[in-house]
Design a protein around this ligand. Structure first.
Ligand SMILES: Cc1cc2nc3c(=O)[nH]c(=O)nc-3n(C[C@H](O)[C@H](O)[C@H](O)COP(=O)(O)O)c2cc1C
Length: 315
């Protein structure tokens, strides 16, 4: 059986499948459940300084199997309560990545210190939520802000720092370069794609907040293009996320340059058992392809002629 282990941002993972932030990871029990179901590691819900209730309902809309539109408004219990949840996941042996969000560099850095105190193995900075005022993509679409926030966090923690980037920009490679300059150990791409839906009968947006973020299979081509572009722009590793439901989807991301991938909406669609299925199917697929380990696949799509003379140059 092929070796699925990988290394990213200083973490040794048994397989490349990480639980993405916000879909299943609010409690310690749910984080532990994802790891026990087969995930290589887990990322917490994005945690802020104080408890937040998020936006009123409806906050999530589902389109068959192709996507979710959500505007949750970053509900979370606040950093004060959260370390005990992390302890539950750590006790099960899970590599836990702590996701944080803040309004400015100082807030991010304070949260990073608190997460480090809680024993996480790495940090992910949510610089990319598309629907929270003064947070996420509102600050994370400026390269200067990405660099400043990343640098502030890196200077205040010993942990590897992963910057999670937004696709809601004309140049995601510039954001990745800014994260690299700021000292990030890796970048994650992508968070949700800004979108909305309108109820024709009610003549108003279906989500209470109006705008939301699109996730799931509908955004896989967007995420893949972003990972492909970033892989060419920086030396630090890329973690791919967006629309991965099958092992074949994950393979595409690996070929585009991702060293690990995150699974979000697929957990909501198919349940936590999706991790076991992905691990089994990716192992089988590698065996079929005669590939011994992930290393020979990562970024391989860049080495083909089509990528260097055709679509790749257009990027
Ligand atoms: C309901 C919901 C909540 C989310 N919450 C967060 C969050 O707290 N922090 C974050 O960085 N990303 C959050 N995301 C974005 C996901 O982590 C992921 O980047 C995105 O959904 C694309 O991956 P997917 O298509 O596999 O879901 C959320 C996504 C959804 C659908």
């Amino acid at each position: 059986m092929a070796d699925l282990s990988t290394r990213v941002a200083g973490l040794a993972l048994r397989n490349p499948f990480l639980l993405a932030s916000g879909i299943w990871g609010e409690t310690g029990e749910s984080l532990r459940g994802a790891y026990e179901a087969g995930a290589g590691g887990v990322i917490t819900k994005s945690i802020g300084r104080a408890p937040r209730t998020g936006y009123p309902n409806p906050t999530v809309e589902m389109y068959d199997r192709w996507g979710f539109l959500n505007a949750m408004g970053l509900p979370n219990p606040g950093i004060g309560e959260y370390p005990r949840e992390i302890a539950i996941a750590r006790a099960a042996g899970a590599p836990v990545i702590g996701s944080v969000f803040g309004h400015d560099a100082e807030e991010f850095a304070e949260l990073a210190e608190a997460m480090e105190g809680a024993g996480v193995a790495a940090l992910e900075l949510n610089l990319s939520c598309p629907h929270a005022e003064g947070l996420g993509a509102e600050i994370g679409s400026e390269p200067e802000a990405v660099e400043r926030i990343t640098r502030a966090v890196v200077s205040r923690t010993r942990l590897p720092v992963i910057a999670k980037l937004t696709p809601n920009t004309h140049d995601i490679a510039a954001l990745a370069r800014a994260a690299e300059r700021g000292g990030a150990s890796a970048v994650s791409a992508i968070n949700t794609v800004r979108g909305m839906a309108i109820d024709v009968h009610l003549r108003r947006p279906t989500l209470a907040h109006g705008m939301g973020g699109l996730s799931g299979p509908a955004i896989k081509p967007v995420g893949l293009a972003c990972v492909f572009q970033i892989h060419r722009a920086v030396r630090i590793p890329v973690i791919g996320v967006g629309g991965i439901v099958t092992a074949e989807d994950a393979l595409e991301y690996l070929l585009a340059g991702a060293r690990a991938v995150q699974i979000g909406t697929a957990v909501a669609l198919d349940g936590i058992g999706v991790f076991g299925t992905l691990v089994r199917d990716l192992g089988r697929r590698l065996d079929e392809l005669g590939v011994a380990g992930l290393e020979e696949l990562i970024g391989a799509a860049h080495r083909t002629e089509a990528a260097s003379s055709g679509t790749g140059d257009a990027l």
